[in-house]
Design a protein around this ligand. Sequence first.
Ligand SMILES: NC(=O)c1ccc[n+]([C@@H]2O[C@H](COP(=O)([O-])OP(=O)(O)OC[C@H]3O[C@@H](n4cnc5c(N)ncnc54)[C@H](OP(=O)(O)O)[C@@H]3O)[C@@H](O)[C@H]2O)c1
Length: 315
Amino acid sequence: MIRVATIGTSAIAERFADAVSQNDGIRIDVAYSRDAERGRAFADRVGIAGTSTDLEALLASGEVDAVYVGSPNGAHAAQAQAAIAAGVHVFLEKPATPTAAEFEALLAQASDRGVVVFEGMRNVYDPGMAKVVELLPQIGQVRLVSFGQSQYSARYDLVLQGETPNIFDPALAGGALFDLGVYPLSALIHLFGVPESVVGSTVTIATGADGAGAAVLGYPDLVAQLSFSKIGFSQRPNEIQGELGTIEIDAITQPRLVAITLRGGDRAEHRIDGADNNMTYEVARFAELVRGADPAPDQQRSLAVLRAVEAIRGA
Ligand SMILES: NC(=O)c1ccc[n+]([C@@H]2O[C@H](COP(=O)([O-])OP(=O)(O)OC[C@H]3O[C@@H](n4cnc5c(N)ncnc54)[C@H](OP(=O)(O)O)[C@@H]3O)[C@@H](O)[C@H]2O)c1
């Protein structure tokens, strides 16, 4: 049994707890919060027995095998570093860390310590993405890809009122690229590998974070354009154009309708009967890795995404 402690008490940690409950061989024993009452309330909401407000003591207790890091992006690296030092496996919410260098340091530390570091990038483990992989050979040589994730954030309303919510706080690695741009980037790199070139541009909002942006990524034989926004929304599907046909994907975070249209006009629509909470698939993968599967491909994809993020930010 993999015994997990959660870090963070927001809605995403609840969703993680629900995903864990759908998997065998893994359970959450302890909820960590910086605040005792908030931790207890969270633990009661999701049915976790133990709580803690002392992360170092929790990690040293021997009572947990893994932590779920569901804190703001800017807190991930230090919490992961502490967990690895204590010999505890780490499941990081996306994006794994704000910089590629921080993630590389965690990988080196984890390798020395013999534990797994994993980024929960839910779309690449989704059965809808597996359907895309299965259909790709039918459209021949891919030439153009257009992926995006744009979702208006209610927390942008707070920015317009002069506030700086965490998700738009540059000090916590907030912003649209870190929050949403990583989904189309991860899908792209999962499907087509590491790009040869990356250029991007972003729109800066009042907090100093990016609210929206776009990127062009070059490969030897194809070009991809990505877009992401938390200050607008999109009605466009995602598209992969090959020489023989085109694949459309309804949502890059959770593909549930994947359509293929061949050049002659033949069209087939594939409805994906996947879990409503597709974090269940990333939890299953994490459990596999903790049980001994090779984490290198997952980690190298995450690292490539973080490098592309840096190129888009011009960092
Ligand atoms: N996979 C997905 O679909 C998905 C969706 C949303 C978010 N996320 C990811 O989940 C993570 C959390 O995002 P969120 O929007 O839920 O963040 P958030 O609400 O700002 O913070 C999450 C939790 O972290 C703790 N926290 C808050 N501020 C902190 C700080 N300055 N330092 C340390 N801990 C702090 C809080 O728990 P306590 O106060 O109880 O300690 C809070 O409940 C991010 O990495 C985000 O990208 C993933």
